[in-house]
Design a protein around this ligand. Structure first.
Ligand code: CA
Ligand code: CA
Ligand code: CA
Ligand code: CA
Length: 450
């Protein structure tokens, strides 16, 4: 501590009262406040204290260690670190504190770290937060201790040549492992899809069969199959080329004449056989037609005098009447009553016999349909057979089979139905005379069997 009284050696003694001047102690003088008038001579480090007629210089209080006086003499912190002579060694940082200072070891942080605010340690630099990173757009910045990494988003990978993240083609990278059927690459991901007839399962990977039949795509029957479906038709229909609709099979046009003997009527899904409107009825087999025997059933309009004759597809009412000079000897025969002269007896028939023949028009020709001869026949008999009436269109012919037998033939095909009445005359030469016999032959050519 300096000796504050050095400069005022004449007036002060150390630690004693000081006065600027020795004033006579006279009571009739007003006191002068030398401290206010700043006419005192207290030195730096002393406080002026006014007294009656005098003033006193009291020494100022001392500042604690680490403090110093400012210009007004107040104690303020001493910045030891600002001193020219650094109080800390070069390996330490000087840190000023109130009334003192500390020396802290200087830390050197490696790249990617920086010192903590108090300088006590190195802490990682978060490059991602401080925009110190150099990750590209679309890249993810990942802070690491002392460093950072640029990562690509899921589904992308870094192309170091192009210096950017590019989409990973998962479909190429993992062929046939990601999707059961079709893999389609997308930016950042991929999508599985399924081929026609399948739908993607809930796992997004496998494909399951679509039951197309639920939406009724077929006009008749539908069968679901794996990956597809198949339409089919009920019996009597066939599938059209569109694969969906069913079309009635025209059984009648596909198998001509085989299904029905008379007429085939196509109906949806089937066919029916039909018979002519009159004269026939359907057989139990449903295919062929059966003649109605109108004579037996009574469904005819023949009179009592007529004979009902049933034929295929109809009937005939036949009236057998004998010509004059003949008498009816049975249902089918007339006999001559008399012949007055020789010529009459030779040329007029001794007997007229009626025959009824019924043939279908598909009869195989030539067909022998009738034989005539004497019964009994005798050695030396000879006959001449001819058709005298009813063969104007030349469908029929006669032939002599032997001396006593003649035959009638049908030698042209007849379009049925058609009725003929043939008069066939047989002249029998026996024992030197001719005798004439007449056969009246009804030939009913009916339609083909139905
Ligand atoms: Ca992708
Ligand atoms: Ca299916
Ligand atoms: Ca049909
Ligand atoms: Ca009939």
């Amino acid at each position: 501590m300096l000796n504050h009284c050095v400069l005022f050696r004449d007036h002060c003694i150390r630690g004693a009262l000081c006065q600027s001047r020795l004033w006579p102690l006279r009571s009739n003088y007003a006191d002068i406040n030398e401290c206010e008038q700043r006419s005192h001579n207290c030195g730096f480090g002393f406080d002026c204290v006014n007294t009656e007629g005098l003033f006193r210089c009291n020494p100022k209080p001392q500042c604690p260690v680490g403090f110093t006086h400012d210009a007004q003499g107040s104690c303020i912190d001493l910045d030891e670190c600002a001193a020219v002579a650094q109080p800390c060694s070069p390996a330490f940082n000087c840190i000023n504190t109130a009334g003192s200072f500390t020396c802290q070891r200087k830390i050197i942080c490696s790249r990617g770290y920086h010192a903590s605010p108090d300088g006590s340690r190195c802490v990682d630099v978060d490059e991602c937060q401080s925009s110190l990173h150099r990750c590209g757009e679309g890249q993810l910045c990942l802070n690491l201790p002392g460093s950072y990494r640029c990562e690509c988003q899921t589904g992308y990978q870094y192309d170091s040549f192009r210096r950017m993240c590019v989409d990973v083609n998962e479909c190429w990278r993992y062929p046939s492992r990601l999707c059961a059927q079709t893999c389609e690459n997308t930016p950042g991901s991929y999508e599985c899809s399924c081929t026609s007839g399948f739908r993607l399962s809930g796992d997004g990977k496998s494909c399951e069969d679509v039951n197309e039949c639920l939406s009724s795509p077929c006009s008749q029957e539908c069968a679901n199959i794996y990956g597809s479906y198949q339409c089919y038709c009920r019996q009597g229909y066939h599938l059209r080329e569109d694969g969906h609709s069913c079309e009635d099979i025209d059984e009648c046009s596909q198998s001509v004449g085989h299904l029905c003997t008379y007429k085939c009527v196509n109906v949806p899904g089937s066919y029916q056989c039909a018979c002519p409107e009159y004269g026939y009825t359907m057989s139990p087999n449903g295919r062929s037609c059966r003649d109605i025997d109108e004579c037996a059933t009574g469904a005819n309009n023949c009179s009592l005098a007529e004979t009902c004759y049933n034929i295929q597809g109809g009937y005939r009412c036949l009236a057998l009447s004998c010509p004059p000079n003949y008498r009816k000897v049975s249902d089918t025969r007339c006999e001559r009553i008399s012949c007055p002269n020789y010529l009459d007896c030779q040329n007029s028939p001794l007997r007229i016999t009626y025959y009824y023949l019924s043939f279908q028009s598909n009869i195989i020709i030539p067909a022998q349909i009738f034989r005539i001869g004497p019964s009994p026949a005798y050695s030396g008999d000879n006959v001449i057979v001819s058709i005298t009436q009813g063969n104007e269109e030349n469908y029929f012919s006669t032939r002599k089979l032997n001396a006593y037998t003649g035959a009638v033939y049908l030698h042209r095909q007849v379009e049925g139905p058609r009725d003929f009445l043939l008069n066939v005359e047989m002249k029998l030469w026996r024992q030197g005379t001719f005798t004439t016999f007449q056969a009246k032959i009804y030939v009913f050519i009916t339609a083909n069997p139905l």
